[in-house]
Design a protein around this ligand. Structure first.
Ligand SMILES: Cc1cc2c(cc1C)N(C[C@H](O)[C@H](O)[C@H](O)COP(=O)(O)O)c1[nH]c(=O)[nH]c(=O)c1N2
Length: 231
């Protein structure tokens, strides 16, 4: 067997410093990103803008640099109507599972913009992209799924920077969506997203504003050196 090639010598570049203003812009984008359900405008997304947002997603970190994601763009209204029907079925089931006092609030919530948004994007994880042995995934096989979630978050933040709203929909039976999108067995659905232009964003999570659940305090979530059971 020929000897394995040694990796080339490479060195990092000096760390680029970001100005206070640039840093603040990033923190503002993070703070002002919202899950958008109902505020989509019908305007189509410019292909160059969409490409920038998808490039941002594609720059996400991934275990073993696996890049396990695909981005399925769903524009066809007929296909979106089928996805919406799958949502409706699951949502009707979900509503009945909450305690009585929460059911009315649940039913009043808008939880998707599948038909209103001009574009839906399904982000998937191809679990076999690099064969069975992947650097960093050997002992924790779910790391490829987490990597794909990083792509989702990059997309979500880039979209906010572009003035696009994104809403994540997870109310469906996986089998329904898999069949609609023709996914092979090895490909897992990570996120089903509705995306489009918006001209307003809620100042805080809509679920908080509408009394479903409030943001937890950061100081109650930070722990030192190990798990501490809340008192
Ligand atoms: C994995 C996952 C899945 C879902 C969500 C998020 C994530 C991360 N969210 C959005 C969620 O409700 C929202 O992020 C929180 O309420 C916080 O609000 P902001 O995202 O800060 O606006 C969401 N929202 C919704 O209306 N329908 C849904 O099915 C889902 N599903």
């Amino acid at each position: 067997m020929p000897p394995a090639p040694t990796p080339p010598e490479v060195s990092p570049l000096p760390a680029r410093q970001f100005s206070a203003e640039e840093r603040q812009a990033l923190y503002d984008i993070i703070a002002e990103r919202r899950d958008v359900r109902d505020e989509f405008l019908p305007d189509p997304i410019d292909p160059a803008m969409l490409n920038r947002v998808l490039q941002a997603a594609h720059l996400a970190p991934s275990v073993g640099f696996m890049q396990p994601w695909n981005f399925i763009l769903i524009r066809d209204p007929a296909r979106r109507a089928e996805v919406h029907a799958a949502f409706q079925r699951a949502n009707d089931e979900a509503a009945t599972l909450f305690p009585d006092e929460k059911q009315a609030t649940y039913r009043a919530l808008k939880l998707q913009g599948i038909l209103k948004a001009p574009l839906n994007i399904c982000i998937t994880c191809d679990r076999d992209r690099c064969g069975p042995v992947v650097l960093g995934r050997t002992h924790n096989p779910e790391m490829d799924l987490y990597s794909s979630v990083c792509a989702v978050q990059n997309l979500w933040l880039a979209a906010r920077a572009e003035g696009l709203g994104v809403g994540w929909v997870s109310i469906y039976h996986e089998a329904d969506l898999r069949a609609l999108l023709g996914l092979p067995e090895r490909v897992k659905i990570v996120a089903y997203l509705c995306i489009g232009h918006v001209d307003r964003f809620y100042a805080a999570p809509e679920l908080a504003l509408k009394g479903w659940r409030q943001r937890l305090k950061l100081e109650d979530l930070v722990m030192e050196d190990g798990w501490q059971e809340p008192v």
